[in-house]
Write a protein that binds this ligand. Sequence first.
Ligand code: UD1
Ligand code: MG
Length: 483
Amino acid sequence: MSNNDLAIVILAAGKGTRLKSSLAKVLHRAGGRTLVEQLMRACEPLKAREKVVVVGHQAERVAAVVQPLTALTVLQQPQNGTGHAMQVAKRALGRAKIAVVLPGDAPLVRTETLKALIAAHHHGNAAATILSAVLADPSGYGRVVRKSETTVAAIVEESQLTADQRDINEVNSAIYCFTLEKLWPALAQVKPNNKHRELYLTDAIAALSAKGETVLAQVAPDSREVLGCNTRADLAEVDRVFREWKRNALMDAGVTIQLPETVLIDPDVVAGEDTVIEPGVQLLGKTKIGARCTIRTGSVLSDAILGDEVTVEPHCVVEHSRLDDRVVIGPFARLRPDNHLKAGARIGNFVELKKSTIGEGTKAMHLSYLGDAKIGTKSNIGAGTITCNYDGFRKHPTSIGNKVFIGSDATLVAPVRVGDGAYIAAGSTITETVPADGLGIARGRQVNKPGWAAKKRRELAATEKPKKTTKKSKRPKATKRRK
Ligand code: UD1
Ligand code: MG
């Protein structure tokens, strides 16, 4: 059967009461993406003719996330259960003959597993095929009640388990493949016979089985794929699994990750061979790291682009900046957005950069703020140099040429320009252009007054009252040490 017959239905209308959140459940994040986006990405390669997301709670916000991913949304209002959600989706399924139905809160399922589910469904000529898993702790999940080794009689929700069903540890993932012409009449027979007065899609399984239709259950290759996010603890567990998979993928690609469980990496991050990531690092957003780089402990990089052999020393923060080959930053450097550090540049401790270009081989090693600055090659920016880029109304640029030497504690009041090869005297406040190869010096001239301090001390001693003699110290006299 071609993909033309396939529809995807994601049930995402529920509130997620157990999360105790003002945000709809499917908009919570795990593995660096919203739950619903993770699911849509897993389904994308199936190339279904229809992709339908059932929305209800915070419908507009959920729709705003899924519509750019080319899904249709249908509104379920009120939310009368997963079976009702499926009925609401019916009119959007067009001419699809089979549907893969997924709950919006079980985002770990993999494309390969879904493909295998569809294949098993076709192969078994089934009316429904359930993705199941065997869990050590099945609590919270509906259980799969088998009819035979291969077929299923019913799914029983936890609240409705009989005493002898409590031992069943094969759970319903709520991911199914349905033959739609068989599902609709079975679903029409389902009654809201539960304490929430909801129509359960799970009850359609028993209805199908009772009619003599084939209902199969396919066990997921990795039981973690079925984990649902009903509580914050579930979310944390699912996030942990996504992060582990991502780290493993990078390690498989030749990246060393030390104490991997302490490292958090977003899904779109890439890193080259022989790059070393130390404990406690976060690599976020669209960060791209070249080969043979070292990202040392405690650093957080988001949307950073690093060339090869870059070193990020401990505890640096880098946002949306480019670091070319062999750049070294930190420890304790802060790169706010839009910097470009060219090959071999060095940025040291307690240096803050914003919207600045640092030329090849240029160094700013200590305690500086460089904002809206363009600095040429092989310049040296002394300790404590500040670009005063903001006048209270607007930002202004600072331009520093090649092979410039800026003495310590200089303030460069922007807009200002320092020509190639120029020197700035330490402690200067520079407000005007410094010509190439010139010296800019802008500070009070030093005056030495010989003997001034000694004279001062004599004067002070003369005016001071003589000290009252205090009680003799009780400390015993030091005894002579024997030789
Ligand atoms: C459901 C299954 C359970 C299974 C578990 C796996 C039912 C009755 N139970 O339980 O057998 O083990 O998933 O995770 O299906 N939703 C709607 N409209 C509604 C109600 C729910 O769209 O009216 C959506 C929710 O947004 C959610 C999904 O359906 O994404 C599943 O609902 P949830 O309340 O999480 O069901 P579980 O109790 O987890
Ligand atoms: Mg759930």
